[in-house]
Ligand binder design. Structure first.
Ligand code: PLP
Length: 233
């Protein structure tokens, strides 16, 4: 275990307890909820204590940042898994397929060919979540609601491994209706995975069926207001 005596431990246990309570209220098995620790902008000094506490699933939103940060860590901690939760450019598809164990940001048909080629070349079949612009917001990433059936059909035609749907609801309003809508679209399309819920709303997401919740600041503290890096032990 890393010496963390001078550092407040990230509240992983508290988050796990809240997941268990929310799952229990909904009659769900908490083990069906995958907690993705979103470690974007955090460095090893923040990440390793979480690994030491048993967290094995992490998420990053930029391929380049993940590439700089994770290979050294996954070399040391072989059972750590990494998910991409940010926008993916076609020219980074192969890097992403090599680096990540799931991709939550398939949002347009033009990515399909790049991902299919990358999976062929690497021999890796990386589960994909189709990201939906669930609130139909102008600035927001994700596939438009009306374009979802066609994107899913094209992904299936290309024999890509579809894991489910992902969304980030509009900020500042109740997220539950958007989570419920995402769940309905997934059910209508025969998809099991639901990547939804972040620090402020993961309990609601768990109650509404999330299989993957993406939690950053509730685990690591607010971004841009992090403790300074720890000296090496
Ligand atoms: C940063 C990020 C999160 C985590 O957000 P928090 O509010 O810090 O929990 C979740 N999902 C995506 C796509 C993100 O970019």
């Amino acid at each position: 275990m890393t010496d963390t005596t001078d550092v407040a431990l990230p509240p992983l246990m508290a988050i796990r307890a809240r997941i268990a309570r929310a799952a229990g209220l909904a009659g769900r098995d908490a083990a069906a909820v995958n907690l993705i620790a979103i470690s974007k902008t955090r460095d090893e000094a923040h990440i390793v204590p979480l690994i030491d506490q048993g967290q094995r699933l992490f998420g990053e939103n930029r391929v380049q940042e993940a590439h700089a940060k994770w290979p050294a860590l996954t070399e040391r901690y072989r059972d750590v898994r990494l998910h991409l939760v940010g926008q993916l450019q076609s020219n980074k598809a192969e890097d992403a397929v090599r680096l990540f164990d799931a991709i939550h940001s398939l949002d347009r048909p033009s990515l399909l060919g790049a991902l299919a080629r990358a999976m062929d070349r690497t021999g890796r079949r990386v589960p994909l979540f189709v990201q939906i612009n669930i609130g139909e917001e102008a600035q927001k990433g994700g596939c438009a609601l009306a374009a979802v059936p066609a994107l899913l059909a094209e992904a299936r035609a290309a024999d890509l491994p579809l894991a489910g749907l992902m969304a980030v609801p509009p900020a500042g309003v109740e997220a539950a209706p958007y989570f419920a809508l995402l769940r309905k679209i997934a059910a209508d399309n025969g998809l099991d995975g639901l990547s939804m819920g972040m620090s402020d709303d993961f309990e609601t997401a768990v109650m509404l069926g999330a299989t993957h919740i993406r939690v950053g600041s509730a685990l690591f503290g607010p971004r841009g207001d992090q403790p300074s890096a720890l000296p090496s032990p």
